[in-house]
Design a protein around this ligand. Structure first.
Ligand SMILES: [Zn+2]
Length: 95
């Protein structure tokens, strides 16, 4: 099997892995356990990597970094606005 195809499949799995967290943030308005500062750092780190990926023309890396930037943007934005909120599912963890 083509190595680039495997890498694209891996990248798609990475993107899918973000979905439960983003869905939880949007539907439950809950940012339990999320460090906005850590996610902001990952956001800026990926922004720094993207120009290199574009410069070397690595399509998989461009796709991977773009997926990270989009997903992390959602997480940072929704975590920021819901950082003081906890859903019923996570509320018991404070007790
Ligand atoms: Zn929750």
């Amino acid at each position: 099997m083509n190595l680039e195809l495997l890498a694209f499949i891996g990248t798609i799995l990475v993107a899918i892995a973000y979905i439960p967290q983003i869905v939880h943030l949007i539907t439950k308005h809950c940012a339990y356990g999320i460090s906005v500062k850590a996610w902001l750092l990952w956001f800026f780190a990926t922004l720094l990597i993207l120009p290199h990926a574009i410069a070397v023309g690595d399509r998989v890396l461009i796709f991977l970094i773009s997926a990270h930037i989009i997903a992390i943007s959602f997480i940072v934005i929704f975590s920021y606005f819901h950082q003081a909120k906890v859903c019923d599912e996570h509320k018991h963890k404070f007790l």
